[in-house]
Design a protein around this ligand. Structure first.
Ligand SMILES: [Ca+2]
Length: 307
């Protein structure tokens, strides 16, 4: 165990005792499950908005402590050799061997914004997601997201990439491939997950930067808050993005989101994202229709179709 400022936070890996892929018999079932009372009294935008049906699979799960002592581990990805890359939000990227040995922080990670905000809210800023690139086995490229310091207490969600040395100790050729605009003084709601689409592009999820001042920007086509972003792996814009050739930032794939901290592709290639909603209002959406709720004001704030 190396490194400084370790606390008792630990990375837990959940190992699946059986395949999780959809299989016959994994349909919706009646499940006895207490979810507490609804904490809103307004009508859902669609039936399953607050109480989606549970899907009960037959897979059994078990947990095993693989590596301890990490500080706010935020992103994790497995490399072809079975080892892991793990981000610690304060700004460290670590290589963890398949048997749980945690190595010293990898050099070359850019400075991340990690200040406690003057507002008194807990910061959510730092080093966020990490993913080995689709050609990692041959090009060693690693992609990550972070809160990029933009000066004067401002920060922006950024996605970057760099080449990981064969000994797993250093990133070189580090470059941003996308930076959110404009920067914000709220150290909150950065998103952000990376999802490779398998066509030479990558999705980057963002957040709406939390405050009343900023959240409306989730609907603003000139500002990349609350958006799914899609860029080529070098940061250039795919020509088939929906706002190429018309009003709106060419990097936008979909809009009107809150804080997307979960995202993945379904087997059919469609993108699913999870938005952290306030006070129990988490939202799962399929990247085409978005329901953004504002629990404070007790209303459905926006209903937006991607196109
Ligand atoms: Ca445009």
């Amino acid at each position: 165990m190396q490194g400084t400022r370790q606390t008792t936070l630990a990375a837990l890996l959940v190992t699946m005792a059986a395949p999780v892929a959809a299989a016959p018999g994994h349909g919706e079932t009646e499940v006895t499950f207490t979810r507490g009372n609804r904490n809103t009294d307004f009508a859902p935008a669609y039936d399953a908005q607050f109480r989606a049906k549970l899907v009960e699979g037959s897979a059994e799960t078990s947990t095993e402590l693989l590596a301890g002592g990490l500080v706010h581990p935020w992103g994790i990805d497995q490399l072809p050799d079975g080892s892991f890359l793990v981000t610690e939000r304060p700004g460290r990227l670590r290589h963890v061997t398949a048997n749980g040995t945690v190595h010293a922080p990898i050099e070359g990670v850019p400075e991340v914004y990690n200040e406690a905000p003057e507002t008194g809210w807990a910061t959510q800023a730092g080093l966020l997601d990490v993913k080995a690139g689709p050609e990692f086995a041959t090009d060693r490229m690693v992609y990550f997201t972070y809160s990029k310091p933009m000066g004067d207490g401002m920060s922006a969600t950024a996605a970057a990439r760099g080449r990981l040395s064969d000994d797993m100790t250093q990133l070189t050729e580090v470059e941003d491939i996308w930076v959110q605009s404009p920067p914000s003084d709220a150290a909150m709601h950065y998103g952000s997950r990376l999802v490779f689409r398998g066509d030479g592009t990558v999705f980057i999820t963002t957040g709406e930067r939390f405050t009343e001042k900023y959240r409306e920007y989730a609907q603003d086509l000139a500002r990349t808050y609350g958006k799914v972003i899609r860029v080529n792996l070098d940061g250039s814009i795919p020509e088939d993005n929906p706002f190429v050739g018309r009003e709106g930032d060419d990097a936008i794939w979909s809009l009107g989101h809150r804080n997307m901290q979960g995202a993945d592709l379904a087997p059919d290639g469609s993108l699913f994202v999870l938005e952290h909603g306030p006070a129990g209002g988490d939202v799962l959406d399929d990247g085409s229709i978005v329901f953004l709720t504002d629990f404070e004001n007790g209303s459905v704030m926006h209903v937006t179709a991607k196109d």
